[in-house]
Write a protein that binds this ligand. Structure first.
Ligand SMILES: C[S@@+](CC[C@H](N)C(=O)[O-])C[C@H]1O[C@@H](n2cnc3c(N)ncnc32)[C@H](O)[C@@H]1O
Length: 407
């Protein structure tokens, strides 16, 4: 079964829930299926994160994790996830052979329960149906069906558009299986809001958060990040260690525009997520980031300041081999070197990869060495035996996180 077919079937039980009129104050406590989406390959780490936050996950695929819950749970996930991109709340799943059937099924849903009379909404979709050539068309059908329904109830036309700054409805239609969700996030959660300064080939924040988690770091011992670039890895490590949730800074989520939303709900949703950092001694955090480039170090420092973690990270401009390594029984040293996209680059990089291997072997005893790379040929130049190889994708590039036990 493909990812999409699985997604279309996860919510089947909920198609029987008819959201008959209920007081809006109960709306945020109605249970349904929740799908948290993520980039390809991050689902195991997203699932681990959700479990750590106390959620019972029920299903997963490469690009999403499923669980049962209500809109309050969706809010909490929006605020707490470092790896998820969207939090979708299932409204209805149904069979639709063609656009006509799609229109009828969507129009019959009581959208007025969720959408206010003077609201604005956008529609997004993932579609693979034999009757559809232009995948923008089902979006229009879905939007028109919702508009028709709301016009017949409110006697006024809601505003619609492509901006995801209000309510967002997500249509998932694969073959004949269709599902409609509320996308409770709206704008993607992929950006954590601190990276104003991207420098060179930065990792996406959600990928960096998953990589930090995948190292198995105990969040106490040293975390060293030579070749830090714009600092995404070390900043995500610091945010995790300090229990800072980047989404708490975000002012707008799609769930805030739904009927029945009360700003007081946020207090419940973020309970236990807020940390007071005044008692934490920066010296004890043991987070180090270095880079050969002055510009990279300046960018990483600025980004760390925006993220609120600058004083917990020790930054230095130097060749990676001059990075100070605290002697310890346990710790992580994490490299994300270039992969060599340009002609002639690979030869020089092979020497760098070998130097990294030598440095880890000679200077980092007790640590777990990690190299994240999209070049398996260069990886061989490291010259150390890998203990673990984990597959990831950096955008479309297949990558490996190579882990070395440094005795
Ligand atoms: C792929 S980028 C790292 C991107 C980073 N993970 C991020 O998210 O921004 C590789 C970095 O390695 C640095 N670098 C290259 N050779 C180096 C060396 N010999 N010592 C230290 N840093 C080096 C570059 O300046 C660059 O910032």
């Amino acid at each position: 079964m493909s990812d999409f077919q699985q997604l279309s079937s996860v919510g089947t039980n909920y198609s029987v829930i008819l959201f008959t009129k209920m007081p809006p104050q109960n709306l945020f406590h109605q249970k349904s299926k929740i799908i948290v989406s993520c980039p390809k390959g991050l689902a195991p780490w997203l699932e681990e994160e959700l479990k750590e936050s106390g959620f019972n996950t029920t299903s997963n695929s490469h690009t999403w994790v499923g669980l049962d819950g209500d809109l309050m749970d969706c809010m909490r996930i929006n605020y707490s996830t470092r790896i998820g991109h969207k939090v979708l709340f299932l409204l209805k799943d149904f069979i639709a052979r063609d656009p006509k059937a799609l229109f009828a099924a969507i129009k019959s849903f009581p959208w007025e329960i969720y959408l206010p009379s003077n609201g604005y909404f956008a529609v997004t979709s993932v579609v693979d149906n034999p009757t559809i050539r232009d995948t923008r068309y089902p979006n229009l059908v879905c939007k028109d069906a919702i508009v028709d329904r709301l016009k017949s109830v409110y006697h006024q036309r809601p505003d619609t558009g492509s901006e995801k700054n209000g309510i967002v409805v997500h249509l998932h239609w694969i073959n004949e299986s269709a599902s409609v969700f509320l996308d409770t996030s709206g704008e993607t959660l992929a950006k954590h809001g601190y990276r104003l300064n991207p420098f060179m080939a930065p990792l996406q924040e959600t990928l960096a958060a998953a990589l930090v988690r995948a190292t198995g770091w105990d969040r106490k011992s040293p975390f060293v990040n030579p070749m830090c670039g714009s600092g995404t890895i070390i900043i995500e490590a610091a945010l995790l260690l300090l229990g800072i949730y980047p989404a708490l800074q975000r002012k707008n989520f799609a769930f805030m525009h739904l009927n029945g939303y009360n700003p007081d709900f946020v207090k419940t949703a973020v309970k236990n997520l807020k940390r007071n950092l005044t008692g934490i001694n920066p010296e004890e955090c043991n987070l180090t980031a270095t880079d050969l480039s002055n510009v990279a170090i300046a960018a990483a420092r600025t980004n760390a300041t925006i993220a609120g973690v600058d004083k917990f990270i020790s930054f230095k401009r130097c060749d990676f081999s001059e990075t100070r390594i605290t002697p310890t029984q346990k710790g992580i040293i994490f490299f994300n070197p270039g992969y060599g996209d340009r002609m002639g680059e690979e030869e020089n990089l092979a020497l760098e990869y070998k130097r990294m291997g030598d440095f880890m072997k000679q200077k980092c005893k007790g640590y777990t060495g990690v190299i994240f790379t999209g070049n398996s040929v260069l990886a061989k130049s490291v010259g150390l035996r890998t203990k673990r190889k984990i597959q990831f994708y950096n955008a479309t590039i297949e990558c490996r996180m190579l882990c070395y036990e440094l005795f």
